[in-house]
Write a protein that binds this ligand. Structure first.
Ligand code: 3HC
Length: 325
């Protein structure tokens, strides 16, 4: 399926089992797996799937916020948003590079995205209707991303873990700028606070969906956690996220749109309502409000950039010819 043919001699099943046992031992002892190390096929494929989906999420994630660059209410807000959107582009590039170390090419990953075969985070198929959405995205979407990605700094695959260190630093800044923007809106006029509440109402449930389906329905979690490609289950991270957000919403004076949220003394965590999983799967099938628009924007950007790629290739060939004369 992927471009690299893995250079492996045929081995007996005993040898393979021994290799796998050794591999799992490294993982259990927190020894990083590096690109040239032996790894089971499933480990490689799972990493390619997860890292490339993560990369796609970063670059598709530039679109909903990018739309507000020309409408930011001040030069300061505009430059902060510009930096944030650029950061997301950078995250996509580190992640594509990390995936390339596993033998997949960037063109193959782009093709998978453009053909609709590869997934990207469901959250980016929702529209950004007001300026307050930009604040709520920083607070909740980047907040959810951090909750999920900080543990991935300790994941078993070296290039992914290292990419995650820098990404998490930048995501923390994004989360804080979103929260700071909401503090400003919530301390402003009633209409500004109402705009923040409306944005929270629309983004809360989709943010909880970012963590993926409940553990019982998560196809990959068990094996991915054994391989330390994922460090936590989807439900555990979702719960932590709710517990972090409740006091933050209180501080802002906003109401989380879930009347089932209540502190559970026994479990020392918040109970909360049921996510609408039908909506989640519907978005994954391509039927969210913005799925078509997002994919079209990526495909158009790829096609519009064809002349740049052609020119770069022609220039490289010309340089090669002149240097070999
Ligand atoms: N959106 C889209 N697809 C999702 C999803 C979501 N929120 N949650 C799960 N899925 C998909 C999975 O990709 C999988 O599909 P596949 O088999 O076709 O690949 C299927 O639903 C089953 O879910 P699983 O729980 O079994 O899948 P995973 O074990 O891969 O867990 C995950 C999903 C928790 C998202 C995990 O892949 C992960 O931790 N990924 C790394 C982080 C990441 O990609 N985050 C995306 C957001 S990045 C971002 O938000 C940008 C930032 O700038 C804000």
């Amino acid at each position: 399926m992927y471009s690299q043919v893995i250079d492996e001699q045929p081995v007996s099943s005993d040898e393979l089992n021994a290799q796998e046992a050794l591999f799992q031992e490294k993982i259990d002892n927190d020894i990083k797996i590096e690109p040239r190390d032996w790894m089971p096929d499933g480990y490689r494929k799972t990493l390619i799937r997860q890292i490339s989906q993560h990369a796609h999420s970063e670059i598709v994630g530039m679109l909903p916020e990018g739309k507000w660059l020309t409408r930011a209410p001040s030069l300061t807000r505009k430059s902060i948003l510009l930096a944030k959107v650029q950061d997301e582009g950078g995250h996509g590039l580190y992640l594509y590079s990390a995936a390339e170390t596993l033998g997949v090419t960037r063109d193959e990953m782009y093709l998978a995205l453009h053909s609709g075969k590869a997934k990207y985070s469901s959250i980016f198929n929702y529209p950004t209707l007001t300026w307050a959405d930009i604040g709520v995205i920083g607070w909740l979407v980047d907040g959810a991303a951090i909750m999920n990605q900080v543990p991935l700094q300790r994941c078993s695959y070296g290039p992914y873990a290292r990419a995650m260190v820098r990404i998490c630093k930048e995501e923390s800044f994004h989360q804080r700028q979103g929260f700071e923007m909401l503090i400003t809106l919530c301390k402003g006029k009633p209409v500004q606070k109402a705009m923040a509440q409306d944005a929270l109402n629309r983004w809360w449930w989709p943010s909880l969906m970012m963590f993926g389906p409940p553990d019982a329905d998560s196809v990959h979690s068990a094996q991915s956690m054994r391989w330390k490609i994922k460090m936590n289950g989807n439900d555990e991270l979702r719960q932590k996220f709710v517990d972090v957000c409740v006091p933050q919403a209180e501080l802002l004076g906003l109401t989380i749109p879930d009347n089932k949220i209540i502190w559970n003394e026994e479990w020392q965590q918040h109970d909360f309502g049921e996510v609408n999983w039908d909506e989640f799967y519907n978005v994954l099938k391509g039927n969210g409000v913005c799925n078509r628009e997002r994919l079209k924007a990526r495909v158009d950007a790829w096609e519009d950039g064809a002349w740049v790629r052609d020119a770069a290739k022609a220039y490289a060939v010309k340089r090669q010819r002149s240097s070999s004369l």
